[in-house]
Each structure stands twice: as C-alpha cells, then as structure tokens.
Design a protein around this ligand. Structure first.
Ligand code: UD1
Length: 420
C-alpha cells in the first residue's frame, strides 16, 4: 500500500497551478448522462474519485475518453440503470447518478452509500427532494429503487437538521432537468460547485435561474443542445490546502488559477493568523513568514469557513502560539486528524464539536495513518512542517481528491516521496 515519506522542515517556495474542482467534476460527469449527445468537459482533475465516476458512467453505458484533463462522454444509449454497491461504497458521490438517471430514463437503482469515517452522512434529504418531484422511492436490499414515471416540476423544500445539503440540492437539480414544469428548490445550497453544475446544465439547454441564491428555479424538459463543452472551476479546497502548505512551512507560494472570490473565508483566516496574502494578476501569493497569532474558526456552509479546510487549519494552528479553537457545525466526528497530530506533539483537546488547540513551537515527525481525504492532507502538511521524518500511510484517501499532490509539493521544494 502506497505511503508518503516526508523529510520535514523545508520552507515551500515557487508557484503551483490548481486543478479543476473534484466536487464539481463528479456531479457534472453524472449530469452528462442527461443527454444522448456528446459532452466535452475540460479541466477535469485526474483523481481517483473522478476515475470511479467515469467507471460508473461507463458501467451505465456511456462511452468515455479521458486524456490531459479533458473528458469526453457520450451516453448515446444507456445499457443499465443500476449503480452497484462495489462502486457506490468506494465513493458516496456516486449517488449523483440517481438524479441524472431519473431525469433521463425515469428509473434508477442506486446502492445506499452507508456511513463513512466522518460520520453517518444520511441521504434522507436527497430522497425527500426526489419524492417531492413525484419520484416513488423504495429502499430494499440496501438499494434505493426510484421510479420517476410521474416526475414533474414542483416546489422542493430542502431544509435539513444542519441547513440545506450540497448533494441533495445537486441531485434534485439533475432530476428536475428532466421533469416537465418548473421546480423551485429552497433552501438551496450556494457552494460554488452548485453554481458550476447549474452553469453546465445551462450549456446543455436546461433553463436554470437563481443559482447562487437560496432559491434555484429549473424549467425541465428533455431537449438538450448538441455538443456541450464546459470548463470546470478551479478547486477551492486544493487552493486552500496549498495556501496552508505555504503558511505552515513559513514559505512563500504563488497559487495560480485559483479564484480568490471562492476563498474569502479561508484567506481572511490566514490573514488573521498573520499570513501575508497578496493578490496578483497571475494568482494569490501566500507568504507565511513573520509572527503568527491564534484564532477561532467556526465551520459553516458557504460563504462560511469550509468544513473541507478544517483539518488543514488544525495542523497549521498546532504550530501557532496561543490557544485557537475550531468549531465544526456540519459533520460529526470530523476531527479524526487530531489524534495523529497529537502523536506529532500537537496539543489538542476535543470538547464535543469544538477542538481546542494550544500551539507548540515544533511538531516532530513520526509514522501516521491517513483516515479520510482532508484529514490526510492535514497530516502531510504537518509532516512538511515537522522536525525529522514522517511517513503517512493509507494515502489512497488523499489520492481520491488531490491531483499529483506530492509532485506539486516537490516542485515547491518539499522533500516528499511516494513509496511502499
Ligand atoms: C459535500 C462535499 C463535501 C463537503 C460538504 C459540505 C461533495 C462530493 N462533497 O458533501 O466535500 O464537505 O458538501 O460542504 O461535493 N445531510 C443529511 N441528510 C442528507 C444529506 C445531508 O442530514 O440527505 C446532512 C449531512 O450529514 C451534513 C449536512 O447535511 O451534516 C451537510 O451535508 P451535505 O451538504 O449534503 O454534504 P455532501 O453533499 O455530502
């Protein structure tokens, strides 16, 4: 099983180019099933989750060609309407084919994704949203069986226990694209990836409006334009991760092709901590030299501080003098990286949904085990800043979402190697 071998203590310097957003690419690949026409997607990150989604759409009958971040999908005819457990269990986002298949074929069977390392992550809001559009859904033998023969545009209420849901908003948008009439989703998620999906649907010819607000309107139907070509937005979480990599190693890195407007809450926190952030035509310069101060982070839906950046900031704050806190309001059990960071000498206490971090002058390298995607990147960042050698195992978690992570880090001067 692949591992990262890191020799810590080098300040990163240079420039890095950010890849396309994984969390946009996954639903947009599923959305390509809406049409029998050819779709060309550009800036698709070559990460494991994307490869899994490609495998899934191929299983359903689409032909694909993926090279140099350009993915061509042609689902002229669907062969199957079932997403099997061995694919869904590898990647929760497989559930996006539920909305797409309902829209296209009025029928779908998708294995239940189950729990994951960061908590139970139910799909009740997806089911409620699709029900509201007239889909009949039954759960049997661990699968969601959906019948969309009566699919029709309606008002969909997506209020959940923690606000709305990114995944449910997108799944309902996909289904609504093939439902005659007008669908109004409220409250809808406003994450940039939701906007990206909406913009892609528009290139297909679906009438979408209100995306970016908490009320999205979709006029569905089955007429899709010929030859859609679409470029995915840059990955704000990858950009944020490299910003923290610069900050934690007290280095200076130019982050190219990131969209600063998607990173406001992350950059504001870095500035509060004492990191210098400069905006240039070519990108964002992150300068981690100089003194640092502790801060308090409250994780919240966009435009709040992203839950997917919480682990990386925990690693950074472990090296910043004073007492910092991180309050996670979106997922339960999302501080899994804390125990591993503590093994490096970090002083962290978990009190319910809040982590209290007392900064220490140095972390020390050791053997670490990755346990989920973002937690893994936090361990690598900590290893880059630590004294001595760090070995991070189970990096397949990281490969799910970061394109050539260690190669990009090495170009910035990091001493990191992939090995067994
Ligand atoms: C997406 C992102 C993930 C990010 C998260 C929050 C993808 C592939 N993943 O996940 O990286 O961390 O948004 O920004 O885009 N919930 C329910 N019932 C549901 C659905 C969600 O109770 O049916 C709860 C969840 O458990 C969680 C909250 O709602 O507490 C928000 O989850 P959601 O926005 O759905 O996250 P995902 O779409 O799974």
């Amino acid at each position: 099983m692949a591992r990262f071998f890191i020799d810590g203590g080098t300040r990163l310097s240079g420039e890095v180019r950010i890849s396309g957003a994984k969390n946009s690419a996954l639903p947009i690949i599923a959305a390509a099933l809406l049409t029998d026409k050819k779709v060309v997607l550009k800036n698709i990150p070559d990460v494991y989750d994307v490869r899994t989604m490609i495998q899934l759409v191929e299983h359903l009958g689409a032909s694909t060609h993926f090279k140099r971040n350009v993915l061509i999908i042609h689902a002229s005819r669907l062969k199957r309407l079932e997403a099997p457990y061995d694919i869904v269990s590898r990647m929760r986002a497989s559930y996006y084919v539920l909305g797409a298949l309902l829209a296209r074929a009025k029928k779908a069977v998708v294995a239940m994704p189950g729990g994951c390392a960061i908590g139970p992550r139910p799909v009740d809001m997806h089911i409620r949203g699709l029900n509201a559009l007239g889909a009949k859904i039954e759960i049997s033998r661990g699968c969601i069986n959906a019948d969309g023969r009566n699919l029709v545009g309606r008002k969909v209420d997506l209020q959940g226990p923690k606000g709305t849901s990114v995944g449910a908003t997108i799944n309902v948008m996909l289904a609504a694209s093939g439902a005659a009439g007008t669908t109004v989703i409220s409250p809808a998620a406003v994450e940039p990836e939701v906007l990206d999906v909406a913009d892609f649907l528009k290139t297909l010819g679906v009438e979408v409006s209100g995306h970016g607000s908490h009320r999205i309107t979709i006029k569905g139907g089955n007429v899709f334009r010929e030859g859609a070509s679409y470029t995915i937005i840059p990955d704000r979480i990858e950009a944020g991760t490299f910003a923290v990599a610069a900050a934690i190693t007290r280095g200076r890195v130019l982050i190219k092709s990131a969209l600063s407007e998607h990173l406001t809450s992350v950059l504001e926190k870095l500035i509060e901590i004492g990191v210098k952030v400069t905006f240039k035509d070519e990108g964002i310069v992150i300068n981690g030299r100089g003194s640092k101060r502790a801060t308090n982070i409250f994780v919240a839906p966009y435009p709040g501080f992203p839950t997917d950046m919480q682990a990386q900031f925990m690693a950074l704050l472990a090296t910043v003098p004073g007492t910092s806190t991180i309050k996670e309001s979106i997922f339960e059990n999302r501080f899994i990286q804390a125990v591993e960071l503590m093994r490096m000498g970090a002083d962290i206490t978990i009190e319910g949904d809040t982590a209290v971090i007392n900064g220490t002058p140095t972390l020390s390298g050791t053997d670490l085990m990755a346990s989920d995607l973002r937690a893994s990147s936090a361990l690598v960042l900590a290893g880059l800043a630590a004294r001595g050698k760090t070995v991070v195992s189970r990096i397949y978690h990281l490969d799910r979402g970061y394109e050539r992570f260690e190669v990009k880090l090495r170009r910035l001067g990091a001493k990191i190697k992939r090995g067994r």
